[in-house]
Design a protein around this ligand. Structure first.
Ligand code: AMP
Ligand code: MG
Length: 670
């Protein structure tokens, strides 16, 4: 097989995307499918956006396909395949095809039909022009993704044949070999070691015998090679309440499983540039020999006995300037931090001296008696570099520059004003729900209205941890509104936190919007814990300001305020730490003793909001903040810890030791 990557061109056909390329979402989704499922056989070499005009579409395709040896191997168009007045892509492409490929069309349609009858509304064409295979995909990111997934594994073979690679070589080894090379594997060998995506179509029997059989899964065998979770599990909001899931289709993960998925899928921290390496200091501290006390600089005689009366010949203040050398038998008055005169060996504290005589004007000291014995050279002197030596490492990679100020001070003391640090991620925070109103909305609440609690609490919690927040407002429970707000959020922030819209109600749009409109992957959608069961974590393809393609994390937290705040601390914080290069990630864990009996939840482990304080015996003791209902944000009032309580039907007694996650500092007494 030819090992050079096959060249792919993506043509986005959309008048609106042509006007504003930022509205296009399909290109990213297609690139993502090609990268993650193309087996490394493809390289996207060209992309272009054209408006829905037949000549524009055709011109671009000919530019890519009609240049002989240089032509791309595959052109994927996306958009313009429906029944709208402006949809012309199949006609534009169809007229250019030298050979048609109804098999590819069939595979795409049947895989989509297994998901929704509305797949009938797509009119794809596929075929070959000169040596280039051309396929028209729908414009919706979800449809485009599914159709491409349905055929991608077989396309290298089509492209190689269209390119003119000898058919006999290609077919040596038969269909079985072809399937193996394509990473498909026939049902006979593949069952058992292929993972099957939930909701994907599981083919049965031999593919050569399947055509024409009426059962809807027959041709779906081509899509089953997607990884689990690649096909959306979420409700299709357009199907209405009678056809939506009645129970969450997402597997219930343990908190630990959820945390490890979060850390796996959170990007590594980004280093932001600066010119200076902070680990090497520029100069010693102090940079000169300085006095530690107010007193008199002296030259100590051999025997260390300084007792006697000495003339004060000069004064050294803590200020820059020159000072003459000191001789034995003279002394210089010196202040704390001031440079020693050259030749001085020690400083005598002012407390060990007596004023003996003044100058004639009475303003200055003339002679001072020193009472000190056993003075050693170096007494009360900070030698050059005794705080920090030149060349010494002052901060290691990974050390935090904290708000306590010590590290900043250390850097400033040696003259380092620029350092390399990990970029602090910006967090976009969004509330969702038709019932949610701004907390400062004047007037009383109407029936059903709820003041937005989550945006304020999460913003405060994120800021407390040192992160910058982008306020994304409140999104209404409409698919379009939510999608737009999320897109905007991903442009402005590195991580998104949403609240609400993740339970099983019909307006719970978060998961479908992430999976179906944004082409995201939901890594988990349910966690075995209380509060916070519907906590959802996804990554969504996005572009950085620099145009790099990345996957940005999205935490869709439950709407109930206590759940939102608990799951922020438990799940979001470790990801923020990882993104910011902070180690170890997450809240610190400490053992604490229960101050009273705690009732346990029968069904799920609970993160009980509590106050942890140092008792009189010096041990940490925890008491509950009271009623733990997930809507009651008051359960977090004055809480500084989450107690990790097991599930159980009997209360956990006073004096029992449990683990606590500390959200803020420990109180000094109960
Ligand atoms: P949901 O997950 O959207 O069904 O929301 C669950 C519960 O949380 C509902 O009672 C919502 O009204 C409430 N809720 C959702 N978002 C917020 C918010 N930002 N502030 C206060 N309550 C909220
Ligand atoms: Mg809601």
């Amino acid at each position: 097989m030819d090992s050079k990557p096959l060249k792919v061109a993506i043509l986005v056909v959309s008048t609106s995307a042509h006007k504003d390329p930022s509205t296009d979402k399909s290109e990213l989704v297609l690139r993502d499918v090609i990268d993650s499922e193309g087996g490394g056989r493809w390289e996207v070499t060209e992309t272009k956006i054209v408006s829905d005009h037949v000549p524009h579409i055709q011109r671009q395709i000919m530019l890519w396909a009609d240049i002989g040896f240089e032509a791309v191997d595959l052109i994927l168009t996306t958009g313009g395949t429906g029944f709208a007045v402006s949809d012309h892509t199949p006609e534009a492409v169809g007229a250019l095809l030298h050979k048609t490929a109804p098999g590819l069309v069939h595979a795409m349609l049947s895989s989509s039909l297994a998901v929704t009858p509305f797949a009938m509304m797509s009119r794809p064409v596929a075929g070959v022009r000169h040596n280039t295979v051309i396929v028209t995909l729908p414009g919706s990111p979800k449809g485009a993704k599914e159709n491409l997934q349905a055929i991608l594994k077989t396309l290298p073979h089509a492209c190689l044949q269209a390119k003119g690679v000898d058919s006999r070589t290609l077919h040596a080894g038969g269909v079985q070999k072809l399937e193996e090379d394509a990473g498909i594997g026939s049902s006979k060998q593949a069952s058992g070691h292929h993972s099957h995506g939930h909701g994907g179509c599981h083919g049965h029997g031999d593919n050569h015998k399947n055509h024409g059989h009426g059962h809807s899964h027959g041709h779906g065998r081509l899509v089953r090679h997607t990884k689990p979770g690649e096909n959306p599990l979420s409700n299709d909001p357009s199907l209405g309440p009678t056809r939506r899931h009645r129970e969450s289709p997402y597997p219930m993960l343990s908190v630990d499983e959820a945390l490890s998925l979060i850390l796996d899928h959170t990007p590594e921290p980004q280093v932001i540039t600066s010119q200076v390496d902070p680990s090497i200091i520029h100069s010693s501290v102090p940079a000169f020999r300085a006095s530690i006390v107010d007193g008199y600089a002296v030259v100590v005689p051999q025997d260390g006995n300084m007792k006697g009366v000495y003339p004060v010949t000069a004064v050294s203040h803590a200020a820059p300037g020159d000072i003459g050398a000191l001789k034995e038998g003279e002394i210089v008055r010196i202040t704390t931090g001031a440079p020693l005169p050259p030749g001085a060996t020690s400083v005598i504290m002012v407390e060990d001296t007596v004023l003996k005589s003044k100058t004639d004007d009475g303003q200055e000291e003339k002679e001072v008696e020193i009472l000190a014995e056993r003075v050693k050279p170096g007494d009360n002197i900070r030698e050059v570099g005794s705080d920090v030596k030149e060349g010494e490492t002052i901060l290691q990679k990974g050390e935090q520059i904290s708000g306590v100020g010590g590290e900043i001070g250390l850097l400033a003391s040696v003259g380092v004003t620029e350092v390399k640090t990990y970029k602090r991620p910006v967090i976009g925070i969004l509330s969702t729900g038709d019932e949610i109103v701004e907390p400062n909305r004047p007037g009383p609440l109407r029936l059903g209205e709820v003041r937005d609690t989550n945006r304020s609490t999460l913003t405060a919690a994120a800021r407390e941890q040192g992160f910058a927040v982008a306020d994304l407002g409140i999104a209404r429970d409409r698919p379009g509104a939510l999608e737009e707000t999320l897109r905007d959020g991903f442009r402005r922030a590195d991580v998104l936190i949403t609240t609400g819209g993740v339970s099983m109600g019909e307006l719970d749009l978060l998961k479908p919007t992430v999976e179906r409109a944004l082409g995201g992957t939901i890594h988990f959608g349910r966690v075995n814990m209380k509060p916070g069961k519907p906590t959802t974590f996804a990554t969504v393809p996005a572009k950085t300001d620099a145009g790099d393609r990345v996957r940005k994390p999205l935490f869709a937290l439950p709407g109930n305020p206590a759940s939102a705040l608990v799951t922020f601390h438990l799940f979001v914080l470790p990801a923020l730490h990882k993104l910011a290069g902070v180690t170890p990630v997450g809240l610190p864990r400490v053992p604490v003793t229960l101050s009273h009996d705690f009732t346990l939840d029968k069904g799920r482990p609970e993160y009980h909001r509590a106050v942890v304080a140092v008792g009189r015996d010096g041990k940490l003791a925890a008491s509950s903040t009271g009623w733990q209902r997930s809507s009651r944000v008051g359960s977090l009032r004055s809480a500084n810890a989450l107690l990790c309580m097991p599930k159980g039907s009997e209360p956990l007694g006073k004096g029992v030791e449990v683990e606590a996650l500390l959200m803020s500092s420990v109180r000094s007494e109960l």
